[in-house]
Design a protein around this ligand. Structure first.
Ligand code: PMP
Length: 449
């Protein structure tokens, strides 16, 4: 699906109207709490309602097209509605929805996870990243007999009470004064559940080491995104993840890698393959199902064996339902084919996009920065050279970022509201070229507004 217009993008942007999306949301607010079904979606500006998607393109109710870099918040790693994936799901539907018992495809998926992810000695299938993080924490507590866990400032591990803390706290106080006060992100959240989290800054091994020298014996798990994808797509400093691994070994702490975004995106074996660090437990979701709901907890056999009758409970009516498992099998097989060529192509396309964005920004002397990797990166505005953690990220210009994302959306390019870009195998050379042009125009828009 390509835009057939020959008009300049400036006219095209001016021509876009959002009347039907606006009407939809007026009605939605009357029937759906807040008008959306995931709070994250409230950040979008303009607030759109979509009618369909194919490949790299999304279409809204008013017929506007968008080159989509939100990809359902990351999952659609092969683009929207790839025919082989839809066909695999269709084939599974003729066999039923779910059995409250096992089916053969579960074993096939477990085998694929085991093959792709070096640390996946045993697996459990679930539905969402949020719940599998909870299972991981439960396993860590059962294994260590300890309750507390370390959660880093700026990381996101789902919306549940104990982990929805310090994602975007007001950053006051001394950087060194760890653990930081727990900042609840939702009203109604249980402060008691959240009190089990020790909050530390990410990417500071020395501070973590000192903290664990005092508190290590109380810590069941260190929970970390291997790349801080939920704040700025910040890379781990050289040796940082390895350092966490060593500290976990020294203090008998379970290392849980949250690969919900990085898994089956940064590499077939996840960020743990890219950085050659072996976690004890890992959580996968998003790209694993190519856009269908499925997640997995994987890890060390001795830990995973705790998930058993009378021990660690992990349950769920919809776990390993046929559609999700069929989608994950088709997605993983596609990603594994031809020596992992799909992910390599995505990384290459993403790097070209990053280079194009940097070049066009430099040409306009804009202080636009790009951080991250080809398959997932973040754009932000700021002059501070060193962005290594949450506190350095929030010195960037958030108002300018919002204006930029809005200007891009109006020009038919859609990153996530927080400026994260996910690249899929459906993004063509032409998409990338058009995106870079739109970035240049959006930068002019915000400079003149
Ligand atoms: N962990 C990370 C790193 C995530 O980015 C997310 C979702 N954005 C989650 C966990 C929660 O996953 P889900 O939305 O599937 O519950």
């Amino acid at each position: 699906m390509t835009t057939t217009t020959t008009e300049t993008p400036v006219t095209e942007a001016a021509r876009r109207t959002f009347r039907k999306s606006g009407e939809f949301h007026e009605q939605a607010r009357r029937l759906i709490a807040g008008g959306v079904n995931s709070n994250v979606r409230l950040a979008a500006d303009p607030l759109l309602c979509f009618s369909k998607a194919k490949g790299s393109m999304l279409v809204d109710l008013d017929g506007n097209e968008y080159i989509d870099y939100a990809l359902g918040m990351g999952p659609a790693v092969l683009g929207h509605a790839p025919p082989f994936l839809i066909e695999a799901v269709r084939a599974s539907l003729s066999r039923g929805q779910l059995f409250a018992g096992q089916h053969e495809m579960e074993l096939e998926l477990a085998g694929l996870l085991h093959e792709c992810v070096a640390s996946a000695e045993l697996v459990r299938i679930g539905l969402s990243g949020s719940e599998m993080i909870q299972t991981a924490l439960r396993v860590a507590r059962a294994h260590t007999g300890r309750n507390a866990f370390i959660k880093f400032e700026g990381h996101y591990h789902g919306w549940l009470d104990n982990v929805l803390v310090n994602l975007s706290p007001p950053a006051g106080g001394s950087r060194e004064a760890v653990p930081y006060p727990v900042h609840l992100q939702s009203s109604g959240q249980s402060a008691l559940a959240a009190s089990e989290a020790f909050i530390l800054p990410w990417n500071d091994l020395e501070l973590l080491r000192r903290f664990l020298d005092t508190h290590g014996r109380n810590v069941a798990a260190i929970l970390t995104e291997p790349v801080m994808c939920n704040t700025g797509v910040i890379a781990p400093r050289g040796g940082y993840l390895e350092g966490i691994r060593e500290l976990c070994d020294r203090h008998g702490i379970v290392l849980i890698m949250d690969e919900v975004i990085t898994g089956f995106r940064l590499a077939l074996g996840g960020a743990q393959e890219k950085f050659a660090v072996r976690p004890d437990l890992s959580v996968f979701a998003k790209a694993m199902g190519g856009g269908f709901p499925i997640a997995a907890l994987t890890g060390r056999a001795d830990l995973m064996r705790l998930v058993d009758l009378g021990r660690v409970n992990h349950s769920g009516t919809y776990n390993a339902n046929l559609v999700g498992v069929a989608a994950a099998i088709a997605t993983l097989r596609h990603l594994m084919a031809a020596d992992g060529s799909a992910l390599k192509a995505i990384a290459l396309a993403g790097r070209r996009l990053i280079e194009g964005i940097r070049k066009v920004a430099a040409g306009k002397s804009a202080n636009l920065r790009v951080m991250g990797y080809g398959p997932v990166f973040n754009t932000m505005f700021g002059d501070d050279e060193s962005i290594v953690d949450y506190r350095s990220y929030i010195r960037t210009d958030v108002a300018k970022q919002k204006a930029f994302i809005k200007a891009l959306t109006l020009r038919g390019v859609r990153p996530t509201p927080r400026g994260t870009w996910f690249v899929s195998s459906a993004h063509s050379d032409e998409d990338i070229q058009r995106t870079v042009e739109a970035v240049g125009q959006a930068l002019s828009d915000i400079a003149s507004s």
